[in-house]
Design a protein around this ligand. Structure first.
Ligand code: DAK
Length: 261
């Protein structure tokens, strides 16, 4: 897969996408957003045995220091709203992706970068990571979902304070308020830990993994009844080949060989 602003690596179905604009602290410009949309909307379909995706930033200084400020300075209301919708839709593709997506946050995760990390299913940060939503410094509100996902993750009071003050918080505080799952010493350790967790998940039933993501996301979707989604998908899973194999493997005291059917 060839992208201009993303580096793509495939290690036996474990994909790493690296946002590669280190000269601009990996700020999200139109190319980055379009390529993320292309990968999560379409290109993944050609990957055989897809297991997981890690999203990280090039270098050690930044995951993503926000949307590219130099690009959005002169937009009118309609163009700004349309771009915001495209970014929201792209991040929705990530949030609803059928295999786990992990953000490895190596440095600044600001504005659209913090929003990207929040759209992923889990987040691991290096100890130098800093998180913030500085939009109000620019006379803006978040455009890629922070007004919704930040309260979901850390609660309304804390989210309101971070969004209104534009304060940056360090990795340890981000962990203590539930914004991230784990802290690792540096980027390499964070990537190793992400890989360990994602390889463990890859040993589980793929249908069950996909349906778990769907059911948990239903909790945050007002148009859905989460309990209904859970019992329907439970019924789907219990009739699957994977569930038969998982139960048989337990009885036979062996490791299950799942096929995702
Ligand atoms: N955009 C463009 N370039 C950026 C950038 C950004 N967000 N962040 C950093 N850079 C560039 C700098 O301009 C600099 O480039 P040169 O001057 O060397 O050419 C280079 O990266 C290195 O940055 P610094 O020299 O500033 O590095 P420092 O270590 O001194 O400072 C910093 C690091 C992260 C504290 C600082 O760079 C900084 O404050 N960056 C801006 C953070 C920020 O405010 N980000 C934007 C958040 S608001 C929209 C939808 C969504 C959004 C907007 C519009 N629409 C649909 C229209 C979302 C907005 C946001 O994300």
């Amino acid at each position: 897969m060839n992208y201009d602003a993303l580096l793509y690596e495939n290690n036996e179905g474990h994909i790493t996408l690296t946002i590669n604009r280190p000269q601009a602290l990996n700020a999200i410009n139109k190319t980055v957003m379009t390529e993320l949309n292309t990968f999560f909307g379409n290109d993944f379909k050609s990957i055989e045995g897809l297991n997981s995706v890690i999203i990280t930033g090039a270098g050690d200084k930044a995951f993503v220091a926000g949307a590219d400020i130099k690009e959005f300075a002169s937009l009118d209301a309609a163009a700004g709203s349309a771009l915001s919708k495209y970014g929201q839709d792209t991040y929705m593709l990530i949030e609803n992706f059928h295999v786990p997506v992990m953000a490895v946050v190596n440095g600044f995760a600001l504005g659209g970068g913090c929003e990207l990390a929040m759209a992923c299913h889990m987040r691991i940060a290096s100890s130098n990571a800093k998180f913030g939503q500085p939009e109000v410094n620019l006379g803006l509100i978040p455009g890629y979902g922070a007004s919704q996902r930040l309260p979901q993750l850390i609660g309304k009071s804390r989210a309101m304070e971070l969004l209104l003050t534009a304060d940056m918080i360090k990795a340890d505080e981000a962990k203590s308020i539930g914004l991230i799952n784990h802290i690792a010493e540096d980027k390499n350790d964070a990537l190793d830990l992400a890989s360990t967790i994602l390889k463990k998940i890859a040993t589980k039933g793929p249908l069950a993994v996909a349906k778990t993501i769907q059911a948990v996301n239903a909790y945050y979707d007002e148009s859905k009844d989460g309990y209904k989604v859970e019992h329907e998908e439970f019924g789907f899973c219990i009739a699957s080949e994977d569930c038969k194999e998982g139960s048989l493997a337990f009885v036979e005291k062996r490791r299950a060989v799942f096929t995702g059917k």
